[in-house]
Unconditional design. Structure first.
Lengths: 464, 1093
C-alpha cells in the first residue's frame, strides 16, 4: 500500500478526505468523549452487549464442562488430533493482526488515515488475542499444567522442549499480547487524561485519573510520549510478522503433508492481515453508523481497508496456487494425494466454499463502486471472516485426516461443544468490544485533533 | 511441627557431610556456591525458607493405610516378582494350555504354556481376554432361587432331597444339559451320576458345535473319530470353508505349524501352498495363495470335483460359477504330486458329505496317518448334539423331564429357534442353571448358581489332540462361585468334596488304571440311547502309566500340575478305515440329499419354499424386482470371531477387538458381497430384513469384499438380552433365524428395511493407495531375483541418509522389532495381549465410532485387486520407535524423548496433552485419553487385574507402545543380578509372546547374532515410510505368495504387488463411509470397477 499522504495539491482530490465536516479541536473532543461520558448509550449498544454477554455465558459453560470431562467432548479423534480449538486459535490470532499493523506499521509509514481507526483496531487486536490465547490452554489434555510450557526453574530440572514450535508459540503470543497491550495503553494515556478532565462523576474522574498516570499535557510529556510511542511502534512492527510466522511453524515444522511447507509463514501473515482488516471493517461499519462517526471514519478509510484486503487476499490466493504448484513440482506422493483429496475428497465442499469466500467474492473489491458501498464491504468482510476460518479448518483437518497410512484415515466434525466454544469466544470478543466502546474513546481524540489541524492547513478552507 | 524445631534440625543437618553431598548431587548448579563460605550461609537461609515452604505445601494428610504383613511369608512369594502357574482354558471346547501371571495372588495376565501342544507358548485373543472376565463385576455373584438371593447351602439341601427322590425313581426324569464334555473329571462324575441315577439322561449342546464333523466321520468311517491335522507335514493344503488358522480347536497350533512352513529365509526358499474355498472371508482365506469365494451350496461340488480328478467315484458335478475347470485340474495335479504331503480340511460348518469327501480324498492321497491323524473323540460320550437337544426338548414338551440342570451353557439364547427351547423349558418343574452370568437361561430357571471362573476353580480339560491338562485356580472365587465339579459332587451326595480332591481323584484313578489317554472317556456308555457310540477299543494301551515316573503318583501329579500337561494323556493316533459305502449310503442322516440335489442348491429343511438360492447373477431387470421382493440368498450362520457364540459378550476387550477382516467392533452385521449390496441398492449400515423360513431379523449391512455374491453371513452371539453392562444389547441376535435344519446355512430372503445403525469400525479406508506399505511378492520372484520387485521397494534407498549430525551410537543395547508379514495371519491375538499387559483401557462403542480406540498395537488390513475376491494383507502396527522420531521434537514439554537404548519413551506424568506428537506421527500409533477411560472402566474389582508394572494413564495423557519396557527392565534386573548381559530372546514383548505364528521378533540389534539382527539381513526386510527419514526400529519382512503357476487368470495367482490399482479407489468409495458421511451410493462406484481386470 503506497497510498499517498493527505492531499496537498488537489492532484488526488478524488480521494475522499480522512476527516470530513467542519470540526474544531473542541468539537472533535466533544463528539468522541461524549460517547463515553454521556449517560446513555444507543439501543444498539445494549442489544449488542446482550448478545455478546449471552454468548460469553455459553463459553463459560463450555469451559466448565470441558474441564470436568476432558477434551473428549469435542470432535477430535485419532487421526485428527487438533480441531476447532487450534482452528479458532489461528483464526483469532490472525484477526488480531490488523490492529498492530494499522497502528504500528502505518504509523511508521506515516499513513495518517490510520488515525481514526487505530484505537479501535488495536482494541480489537487485544481482544482477539485474548480469545486466541484461551484456545491453546483449553485444547490441552491437562490444562492445569499449562505452565509447564514456560521455562521456569523447577525441582525436576526439566526445561520445555525448545525445539517444539508450541514453545515458540508461547513466547510469540505472550510477547505479542504484552506489546499490543502496552502499545494500546500508551496510546490511550492522553485521551484518558482528557476523559479525566471532562468526566463529571467522581468515580469516572478517579478511574480515568488513575489510568491517565498523571498526564498533564506538558511539552515534555508530549515529547516523551511521541518517543515512546514511536519506539513501541518499532517494537511492534516485527511482531506483526513474527507472531503469525511462528504460528505457521506449528504446522510447517510438522511432517504432515499439507503442513510441511515453506510457504506457510508469508502465506499465514498475509492471511492474518486479510482476516484482521475484514474484522475491522465488520466492526467499524456498524459502529460508525450507530455513533454517527462517518466524519471520522470516512469512506476513505473504508476504501483503503478494502484495498488492503484485496491485496492481501491476492497474496493468499497466490499461496493457494503455490501450494498446488509446489506439490506438483515436488512430486511428493503424499503431498499430491493431500492436494487432490482437498479438491475431490470428503471435504471438497469446505474447500470449494473456502475458495468462493476467500478468493472469488473478494475480487468484487476491484470495483470502485463496491469499495464505496458500506453494505457490500460489510458483506464481503463477513465472507472473508468465514472464509478465513474455513481456511484454517482446511489446513488443520484435511491435512490430518488422511496422511501417510490409509489404515488410520478418518473423519472429523465438530460437536455441539466445539461450536459452543467457538460462538462463546465470539461472545467474549463482542462483550469486551462493547465494554471498550462504552468505557474508552474508540477513536483517538488527540490524534484526531492533530488531523483537524493538518487538514485545515493545506486546504485553507476549513477553520481550525 | 513448630518452627523452632524445624530450624534446629536444619542446623544440625547443615553440618552433616552427607547432606552436603546430597545437596551437591541434587543441585549441581549451586554446588560451587555451596563451597564458598560466604554464600553458603545465604544458601542455607534460602534453603531454610524453601524447606519451610515445602513443609507448608506438604500439609495434605495422606489417608491412613494399614499394612498387614505376612505372619509367615509364603515360600515362593517375593513382593514385586510375579509367579507363573500352568493351567488351561477352554477354546472351541478344547483345552488351550496357559501360564497365568500372578502378582501377589492376583492373576493379571494369561500367556501360552510352551509345554502344551495346543499352545506352544502362544494364545489367541479370546484366551488372553479370560483375565478380564475373571474381574468382571457383572458376573453372577450369588446363588439365586426364583430371582431371590439365597445360599449355596440352601441349594445343596434342596438338591440333596431332589436327588434322593430321583434316586428312588432311578433318575427317570432327571436331565442334564452341558456343552460337549472334554473334561475327564466331569465325564467321570457324569458317569458316577449315571450309576446313581441309571434312568437319567445327559445331553450336550454347543451353539457352535461340531456335529457335522462327527456326522462326517460317522458317514466315512462308521464311527466317531476326531481329526487332527499335521500342517507341519503338509506341502499343499486345501481348505474347504475351513478357517483352520483361527476358528477350530487346535487352531493356535495349526497356525504355528502352518507358519513354520512359510517362514522363508535366505537359503531356505520353501513354502507350503494353501488353496482356500471360502463361504465367508476369514484369516485363512487371506493367507491363501489361491482363494475363491463360494456359496455354501457350492463347496460340495468343489470337493467332488477335486475328488473325481483324484480318482474317486461319483462323478464331477458342475463347478460353482467363478471357478474354472482348469484351476481345479491344476489344484488336483498339485495334490496328486504330493501324496502323503497334502491335506484337505473341511470346515465345521460344512455338511457331513463334505467331511466324508475330505476324508476320502485324504485317504486317496495317502494323507491319512501322515498329514491327517485320526484319534478317538476327545469329547467324552460324543453325541449328535442337535439330535440330543431335540430329544431333550421333546421330552420336556412331553412332560417327561422332572428336573433339568443346565450346566455352563445358555440354550434359552442359543438353541435353534424351531425347537422353541424356552417354551419347552417352562414345563419342567425343577430347573437349575450353572453359569458365569445371570444370563437368559438363568432367567428361566428356578435356581441359578454362579459358576466359578476358570481361574478360580480346579478342573481339567482335554486339548484337541487329547492331551489333558489340569486347570488350577489362581485365586479364591471372587464371588460365590462354584465349579461344575463341585455342583456335580453335590448331586452325587458329596457336597463336602472340593474341586482339588475331585480332579485329583480322577487322575489317581486313571493313573492307577494305566489309562491316562482314555480317562473320563469311557462314559461314552452313558450316551443317550440311540446315539451312535464310537467303537472305542476298551483296552487302550496304558501309555500313561508307562510315561508316568515310576509308581509315585504324587510326583506324577505334581509334575502334571507344574507343567500344565498331564504326561502321556495325549490321544493315540489310530486307523480309521473308510467305509465302502461312505458316499452312496448316507447313513440315514436326516439332512442328506443326493449329490445332484446338493449341487443344485440345498434346501435341507424344505423351508422358505420358492426361494432360489442361486440368484447370484441377476440382471438389471431382476434387480429392480429384487429390491421390492427381496433377493433370495443363502444365509450363513457363523460364530462371532471374538465373542464366539455369545459367551464372551460381556468382555470389553473382545467387544472392542476388531474382528478380523470386517474390523467391526461392538457389533455384528449382515455381511454382504459388494455385488449383492449393489443389486439391492444397499450401503453400509443400512438395515436389511433377513427372512429365513418365515422368521426374520433386521440387521445393519456391512459390505465385505470377498464375500460370495448371494450369500449373507450372520455372526451369532450378539443381541444378548441379558448378560452384563458391557454386552447387553450390543449387535443383533441372529439365533432366531437358526433352525435345526438350517443350522449353518439356510436359504433366505434379504430385503431393504428402513433405518440405519451406526457401526463402529477401526479402519475406514482399505486401499494402500499405491503406497508400498505391505510389500508383496511371489516365491518365484524371490527365487529368481533374490528380492521382490516392488516399485520403490527393495533396493530403494531407505530414506535421506545425509545428516549434519553423526549417527548416535548406542552403547549397550539397542532394541528393535521385526514383524514377518509372511506369517502374520491377522488374528489380532497380539492386540489383546498388549491390552492385557499394558492396562490399555476399553473405550466403548461410541468412542470407537469417534475414532478414539486405544489399542497400542493395531493390525491394519488392506485390500487390493478385485473387489469380489480381493487380496487381503495384514500389517500389525506397534510404535515404530523411530530413530528420528517426529513426535519427540514437537512435544513442548519433552514428555516423549529418546531413551539411551533407542526406545521412544513416553513420560505420562509430564504429558500435558497437546496431541502434537500424535498429529506428527506418520504411523498414527499414538493414542490419547480424550476422556477418563481408565476411570470409566471402574475401580474396585477391575483394578485387581491390572498389571502393577505399568502405569494406568489418566485423562488428557498421550500413550503408546513402549516395546513393553517393563519387560525389558525386568530382564535387565535379572541379568544384572546374574552379572551377565541380557540374552537374545530373553525380552519378549506381550505381542510377540502371544503371537501364534511367532511373526514378531524382538531383540538387540547391537548384537549381530540376535534374531532381529539376522532378520534385518534378510532380502525381504524393509521398513515403512522410511523415505520420511524417520528410521523406524520396527521393521517388516515382506509378504510372499506361492501361487500355482498352472493357475493363470486367477486373481490370487496374478502378480500381486500392484497395490495401486484404480479399482481400490472404487472399492473404497463403495465400502468406506468416510468418503461421504451420508449414505455412500454404492452402485455407481461398483459399476465402475466391475469391468476392470
Amino acid at each position: 500500500m503506497a497510498a499517498p499522504g493527505p492531499t496537498h495539491d488537489g492532484s488526488r482530490d478524488r480521494e475522499p478526505p480522512v476527516i470530513e465536516g467542519d470540526y474544531t479541536f473542541a468539537s472533535v473532543t466533544d463528539k468522541i468523549s461524549a460517547i463515553v461520558l454521556a449517560g446513555r448509550s444507543p439501543r444498539f449498544w445494549y442489544v449488542g452487549f446482550a448478545v455478546g454477554f449471552v454468548l460469553l455465558q455459553a463459553l463459560l459453560v463450555s469451559i466448565c464442562y470441558l474441564l470436568l470431562r476432558g477434551v473428549g467432548i469435542w470432535g477430535i479423534n485419532s487421526p485428527v488430533g487438533w480441531g476447532f480449538a487450534i482452528i479458532n486459535f489461528v483464526w483469532w490470532i490472525g484477526i488480531g493482526h490488523a490492529g498492530t499493523l494499522i497502528s504500528a506499521i502505518l504509523l511508521l509509514l506515516r499513513q495518517d488515515w490510520r488515525t481514526s481507526i487505530n484505537r479501535f483496531a488495536e482494541a480489537m487486536t487485544l481482544f482477539a488475542v485474548a480469545c486466541a490465547g484461551l484456545f491453546p490452554l483449553l485444547h490441552m489434555g491437562r490444562p492445569w499444567f499449562a505452565y509447564w510450557m514456560l521455562p521456569y526453574p523447577n525441582t525436576y530440572g526439566v526445561w520445555p522442549q525448545f525445539r517444539s514450535p508450541l514453545v515458540w508459540d508461547v513466547f510469540a503470543v505472550t510477547t505479542y499480547a504484552t506489546v499490543s497491550a502496552l502499545f494500546w495503553f500508551v496510546g490511550l494515556i492522553p485521551d484518558l487524561a482528557t476523559l479525566r478532565d471532562r468526566a463529571e462523576r467522581r468515580f469516572a474522574r478517579f478511574a480515568y485519573g488513575i489510568l491517565a498516570m498523571g498526564w498533564r499535557g506538558s511539552a515534555i510529556h508530549w515529547h516523551r510520549y511521541e518517543t515512546a510511542y514511536l519506539l513501541m511502534a518499532g517494537l511492534a512492527t516485527p511482531l506483526v510478522v513474527s507472531v503469525h510466522t511462528i504460528v505457521s511453524f506449528d504446522f510447517a515444522m510438522a511432517i504432515i503433508p499439507g503442513w510441511h511447507t515453506t510457504i506457510f509463514p508469508p502465506y499465514f501473515v498475509a492471511g492474518a492481515i486479510y482476516a484482521g482488516f475484514a474484522m475491522v471493517l465488520t466492526l467499524a461499519i456498524p459502529v460508525r453508523r450507530v455513533y454517527g462517526l462517518q466524519d471520522f471514519i470516512t469512506e476513505r478509510h473504508l476504501r483503503n481497508m478494502a484495498k488492503v484486503m484485496l491485496a492481501t487476499g491476492l497474496i493468499v490466493g497466490y499461496g493457494y496456487l503455490m501450494e498446488y504448484f509446489v506439490g506438483w513440482y515436488g512430486g511428493g506422493e503424499y503431498e499430491m494425494y493431500m492436494l487432490n483429496n482437498r479438491l475431490t475428497g470428503p471435504y471438497a465442499t469446505h474447500y470449494g466454499l473456502l475458495l468462493l469466500l476467500n478468493i472469488a467474492i473478494p475480487q468484487l473489491l476491484w470495483s470502485t463502486r463496491v469499495r464505496g458501498s458500506e453494505l457490500a464491504l460489510f458483506l464481503i468482510a463477513m465472507c472473508i471472516n468465514v472464509g478465513m476460518w474455513l481456511e484454517r479448518f482446511i489446513i488443520v483437518v484435511t491435512s490430518l485426516h488422511r496422511d501417510f497410512l490409509p489404515s488410520s484415515w478418518g473423519m472429523y466434525a465438530g460437536t455441539g461443544w466445539d461450536w459452543a466454544t467457538l460462538l462463546g469466544s465470539i461472545g467474549l470478543f463482542l462483550t469486551l468490544m462493547f465494554v471498550f466502546v462504552r468505557l474508552l474513546p474508540m477513536i483517538s481524540i488527540f490524534e484526531m485533533r492533530t488531523l483537524v489541524a493538518e487538514e485545515a492547513k493545506p486546504a485553507g478552507g476549513r477553520q481550525p | 511441627m513448630s518452627r523452632t524445631r524445624f530450624w534446629r534440625s536444619l542446623d544440625e543437618l547443615a553440618g552433616d557431610e552427607e547432606l552436603l553431598a546430597a545437596l551437591h548431587r541434587e543441585f549441581p548448579e549451586n554446588a560451587a556456591e555451596l563451597l564458598d563460605p560466604v554464600s553458603r550461609r545465604r544458601f542455607l537461609e534460602l534453603m531454610g525458607a524453601s524447606l519451610a515452604l515445602a513443609g507448608a505445601t506438604a500439609c495434605v494428610r495422606q489417608p491412613a493405610e494399614r499394612i498387614v504383613p505376612y505372619v509367615r511369608q509364603p515360600e515362593e512369594l517375593v513382593p514385586g516378582k510375579p509367579l507363573y502357574y500352568a493351567s488351561a482354558a477352554p477354546r472351541f471346547g478344547a483345552a488351550h494350555g496357559i501360564l497365568v501371571e500372578s502378582h501377589m495372588g492376583r492373576p493379571t495376565k494369561i500367556e501360552g504354556n510352551p509345554l502344551h501342544p495346543a499352545s506352544l507358548g502362544a494364545t489367541d485373543a479370546v484366551v488372553q481376554a479370560e483375565i478380564l472376565s475373571l474381574y468382571d463385576p457383572d458376573r453372577a455373584q450369588v446363588v439365586l432361587r426364583g430371582g431371590r438371593i439365597t445360599t449355596w447351602e440352601a441349594f445343596l439341601a434342596t438338591f440333596a432331597a431332589l436327588i434322593s427322590e430321583q434316586e428312588r425313581r432311578g433318575g427317570a426324569g432327571f436331565r442334564l444339559l452341558t456343552p460337549a464334555v472334554t473334561s475327564p473329571t466331569l465325564a467321570r462324575q457324569l458317569q458316577l451320576l449315571q450309576q446313581r441315577l441309571p434312568e437319567a439322561r445327559f445331553h450336550a449342546f454347543d451353539a457352535a458345535g461340531r456335529d457335522n464333523l462327527r456326522r462326517g466321520a460317522l458317514r466315512a468311517f462308521g464311527e466317531y473319530v476326531d481329526t487332527c491335522y499335521r500342517l507341519d507335514r503338509a506341502d499343499v493344503i486345501v481348505a474347504l470353508d475351513a478357517d483352520f488358522l483361527t476358528a477350530m480347536p487346535g487352531s493356535v497350533r495349526y497356525a504355528r505349524d502352518f507358519a513354520d512352513r512359510r517362514r522363508v529365509r535366505a537359503g531356505q526358499l520353501e513354502m507350503n501352498r494353501l488353496y482356500a474355498f471360502e463361504c465367508t472371508p476369514s484369516p485363512t482365506g487371506a493367507m491363501a495363495d489361491h482363494r475363491w469365494s463360494v456359496r455354501p451350496s457350492g463347496i460340495e461340488a468343489v470337493a467332488r470335483a477335486i475328488g473325481s480328478r483324484l480318482g474317486l467315484a461319483g462323478g464331477a458335478p458342475a463347478l460353482p460359477e467363478g471357478i474354472g475347470e482348469a484351476w481345479i485340474d491344476a489344484l488336483a495335479e498339485d495334490l496328486r504330486a504330493r501324496p502323503g504331503r497334502s491335506l484337505l480340511i473341511a470346515g465345521d460348518a460344512q455338511p457331513p458329505a463334505v467331511h466324508a469327501l475330505a476324508h476320502a480324498i485324504n485317504a486317496q492321497l495317502g494323507n491319512a496317518g501322515e498329514t491327517v491323524v485320526y484319534i478317538d473323540p476327545v469329547a467324552a460320550a460324543p453325541v449328535d448334539q442337535l439330535a440330543s437337544l431335540t430329544d431333550l426338548v421333546a421330552a420336556m414338551g412331553a412332560g417327561q423331564v422332572g428336573a433339568l440342570g443346565i450346566l455352563g451353557c445358555n440354550p434359552v439364547f442359543d438353541a435353534p429357534a424351531d425347537l422353541d427351547f424356552t417354551a419347552a423349558l417352562a414345563s419342567v418343574p425343577v430347573r437349575f442353571h450353572l453359569g458365569l452370568y445371570r444370563d437368559e437361561t438363568a432367567e428361566h430357571c428356578h435356581w441359578h448358581v454362579p459358576e466359578a471362573h476358570l481361574l478360580e476353580a480346579w478342573g481339567d480339560l482335554r486339548a484337541w489332540d487329547g492331551t489333558a491338562a489340569v486347570i488350577q485356580p489362581l485365586i479364591e472365587p471372587l464371588y460365590d462361585g462354584h465349579s461344575v465339579h463341585e455342583l456335580l459332587a453335590a448331586l452325587l451326595g458329596q457336597p463336602e468334596r472340593d474341586g482339588y480332591d475331585i480332579v485329583r481323584a480322577t487322575w489317581q484313578e486313571a493313573w492307577e488304571a494305566g489309562g491316562l489317554a482314555s480317562a473320563g472317556s469311557a462314559s461314552a456308555d452313558a450316551a443317550p440311547a440311540g446315539a451312535p457310540v464310537a467303537g472305542r477299543t476298551t483296552g487302550a494301551p496304558g501309555v500313561g502309566a508307562a510315561a508316568g515316573p515310576g509308581n509315585d503318583f504324587e510326583a506324577f501329579w505334581k509334575r502334571s500340575i507344574h507343567d500344565g500337561v498331564i504326561p502321556g494323556s495325549e490321544a493315540i493316533p489310530r486307523d480309521a478305515a473308510l467305509r465302502a459305502d461312505w458316499d452312496l449310503d448316507p447313513g440315514g442322516l436326516p439332512e442328506e440329499g443326493s449329490p445332484a440335489e446338493v449341487a443344485a442348491g440345498r434346501d435341507p429343511g424344505g423351508a422358505a419354499a420358492g426361494s432360489e438360492p442361486a440368484a447370484g447373477q441377476a440382471g438389471g431387470a431382476e434387480s429392480a424386482a429384487g429390491q421390492a421382493e427381496g433377493a433370495a440368498v443363502e444365509v450363513l450362520f457363523r460364530p462371532d470371531p471374538t465373542i464366539h457364540d455369545g459367551r464372551h459378550a460381556n468382555n470389553g476387550w473382545l467387544q472392542e477387538l476388531p474382528k478380523p477382516l470386517t474390523l467391526l467392533t461392538w457389533s455384528n452385521a449382515a455381511l454382504l458381497a459388494p455385488a449383492t449390496a449393489e443389486r439391492l441398492g444397499l450401503a453400509n449400515e443400512q438395515h436389511v430384513s433377513i427372512e429365513v423360513a418365515g422368521r426374520s431379523v433386521v440387521a445393519p449391512v456391512w459390505i465385505l469384499p470377498g464375500q460370495p455374491d448371494g450369500a449373507v453371513t450372520l455372526h451369532f452371539g450378539y443381541g444378548r438380552r441379558r448378560t452384563g453392562r458391557v454386552g447387553t444389547g450390543t449387535g443383533f441376535d441372529a439365533y432366531p433365524l437358526r433352525t435345526t435344519a438350517g443350522f449353518w446355512d439356510a436359504p433366505g430372503l434379504v430385503r431393504r428395511a428402513g433405518g440405519r445403525t451406526r457401526l463402529a469400525t477401526t479402519q475406514h479406508h482399505h486401499s494402500m493407495e499405491g503406497r508400498d506399505l505391505v510389500r508383496v511378492g511371489t516365491l518365484e520372484e524371490l527365487r529368481a531375483t533374490g528380492g521382490i520387485d516392488v516399485p520403490g521397494g527393495h533396493g530403494h534407498p531407505p530414506g535421506p541418509a545425509e545428516s549434519l549430525h553423526p549417527p548416535w551410537s548406542y552403547e549397550g543395547y539397542s532394541w528393535a522389532m521385526q514383524i514377518d508379514l509372511n506369517v502374520c495371519i491377522g488374528c489380532n491375538g497380539c492386540m489383546t495381549a498388549c491390552q492385557a499387559e499394558n492396562n490399555v483401557p476399553v473405550v466403548g462403542e461410541e468412542q470407537v465410532r469417534a475414532g478414539r480406540e486405544m489399542h497400542w498395537l493395531r493390525v491394519d488390513r488392506y485390500w487390493a485387486d478385485r473387489l469380489d475376491n480381493p487380496e487381503t494383507f495384514f500389517q500389525p502396527l506397534p510404535c515404530m520407535h523411530c530413530e528420528n522420531a517426529p513426535c519427540e521434537v514437537v512435544c513442548p514439554v519433552a514428555a516423549t524423548v529418546h531413551g539411551d537404548e533407542g526406545l521412544n519413551e513416553m513420560i505420562y506424568n509430564r504429558c500435558v496433552g497437546t496431541r502434537y506428537c500424535a498429529n506428527n506421527c506418520p504411523y498414527k500409533v499414538r493414542r490419547f485419553n480424550f476422556l477418563a477411560y481408565a476411570d470409566a472402566e471402574g475401580g474396585g474389582v477391575r483394578q485387581l487385574g491390572r498389571n502393577p508394572d505399568v502405569t494406568v494413564r489418566s485423562r488428557g495423557v498421550m500413550e503408546k507402545c513402549t516395546y513393553c519396557v517393563q519387560r525389558i527392565n525386568e530382564a535387565r534386573i535379572t541379568a544384572k543380578n546374574e552379572w551377565r548381559p541380557i540374552r537374545d530372546g530373553e525380552v519378549v514383548p506381550a505381542c510377540a509372546q502371544a503371537c501364534p505364528t511367532r511373526a514378531i521378533s524382538f531383540g538387540d540389534i547391537n548384537d549381530p547374532d540376535s534374531e532381529v539382527s539376522r532378520l534385518r539381513a534378510e532380502p525381504l526386510h524393509y521398513g515403512i515410510l522410511t523415505e520420511l527419514g524417520t528410521r523406524p526400529r520396527t521393521n517388516y519382512l515382506a509378504r510372499l505368495r506361492n501361487p500355482n503357476p498352472a493357475i493363470a487368470g486367477d486373481p490370487a495367482g496374478a502378480a500381486v504387488a500392484r497395490a495401486a490399482d484404480s479399482v481400490e479407489a472404487d472399492a473404497d468409495a463403495a465400502i468406506a463411509r468416510d468418503t461421504d458421511p451420508a449414505d455412500t451410493a454404492v452402485a455407481p462406484a461398483l459399476a465402475d470397477s466391475r469391468g476392470l481386470p
